[in-house]
Design a protein around this ligand. Structure first.
Ligand SMILES: Nc1ncnc2c1ncn2[C@@H]1O[C@H](COP(=O)(O)OP(=O)(O)O)[C@@H](O)[C@H]1O
Ligand SMILES: [Mg+2]
Length: 325
């Protein structure tokens, strides 16, 4: 069942200037995206830096103003209602939490771990001091930290531990969806794997859904059921993980896929050739994949679980020849 839906979501930032500080133009950070996140599922959102991924997450939880389209939560329009104090949106605010990439800046350095984790609970539950402490210890245990962490401060922990504290804090309000914005990109590979495995474990345990944001397709492959590839504020391709990985159609998706390092030394040479070919095709055929303003085309439905932003004036066969040549 779907419980979070974005319908043609837009977030445009005005650029002001001139002597009257009037609006000169807009940054089209998010420019008409659609997404359905199912219960217990992970939606992977991939794209290079500046493509608009974080802005989508912030729009969902109400940290950025949504300028067009809708955010629906269990069928109810909650656009720009999140973070409001109104009782009606209390559940929404409780049910959707966001973890940011930089755990150092998102955990208050002056607060002890006990309070860092308990804060969301205090907003939504009426625990006694004892219940609260027990719950904090339980959460620390779940994320693999010792209970004597409670009186320490965030800076006393390693990056990986802090990121797990961030996850414990996010889970504390008993949410249904966690928006994880590059949760492991600041971590070493081995620690990254630990945090990801742990996130998958609590997903099963709590029936959580994730919006998993990353610039790294290989990480998303490990986590996601569905994937959207974002570029210049729009989705260039969207669908099931199988379609995105086995049947990519947009040159930008192919380029991201070819950039995933291959470990197999036998095919390394071949892989490098392929990568160079796609890189060349990407630059050579911009006009076939983006309109005259460099804008990503509207998505075209290719099958029930696959959409790609293809030029409506060029046939798929022609694009394929160019994209693969
Ligand atoms: N508050 C803001 N005001 C103006 N522009 C912004 C603001 N936040 C983000 N942007 C711009 O929107 C675009 C998308 O940013 P962001 O969502 O952070 O991308 P990503 O997370 O994919 O790296 C960028 O061009 C960024 O500079
Ligand atoms: Mg970002």
């Amino acid at each position: 069942m779907e419980f979070l839906e974005l319908q043609n979501m837009k977030i445009h930032f005005p650029i002001r200037g001139g002597i009257f500080n009037t609006i000169q133009d807009y940054v089209y950070a998010v420019d008409g995206v659609n997404m359905v996140i199912g219960t217990g599922k992970t939606y992977g959102l991939v794209g290079e830096s500046g493509s608009g991924k974080t802005t989508i997450g912030k729009g969902i939880i109400g940290l950025e103003h949504v300028t067009g389209g809708k955010v629906l939560y269990e069928g109810v329009d909650v656009t720009n209602k999140a973070r409001s104090r109104a009782q009606a949106y209390r559940d929404y605010n409780k049910d959707i939490q966001m973890i940011f990439q930089d755990s150092t800046s998102s955990l208050n350095p002056k607060k002890r771990i006990k309070d860092v984790i308990a804060e969301p609970m205090r907003n939504y539950f009426n625990y006694t001091k004892e219940e609260e402490l027990n719950r904090v210890i339980e959460l620390l245990e779940i994320v693999g930290l010792n209970e004597n962490a409670i009186y320490r401060y965030p800076h006393e922990f390693s990056g990986g531990q802090r990121q797990r504290i961030g996850v414990a804090r996010a889970v504390a309000s008993d949410p249904k969806l966690i928006i994880a914005d590059e949760p492991t990109s600041a971590l070493d590979l081995s620690v990254q794997a630990q945090v990801l495995n742990f996130m998958q474990r609590i997903q099963k345990e709590y029936g959580l859904s994730y919006l998993f944001i990353s610039h790294d397709l290989s990480v998303v492959k490990h986590m996601a059921d569905d994937i959207a590839i974002m570029h210049r504020g729009r989705f260039v391709e969207q669908g099931s993980k199988e379609q995105i990985f086995n049947n990519p159609q947009h040159i930008y998706t192919k380029r991201l896929l070819s950039a995933i390092p291959k470990i197999d030394p036998l095919n390394r040479e071949e892989h490098m050739d392929e990568r160079r070919r796609i890189e060349a095709a990407y630059h050579e055929h911009q006009k076939d994949y983006y309109d005259e303003n460099g804008r990503v085309y509207d998505l075209m439905k290719l099958s029930d679980d696959h959409y790609a932003a293809l030029n409506p004036n060029i046939s798929a066969e022609q694009l394929n020849i160019k994209g693969d040549a």
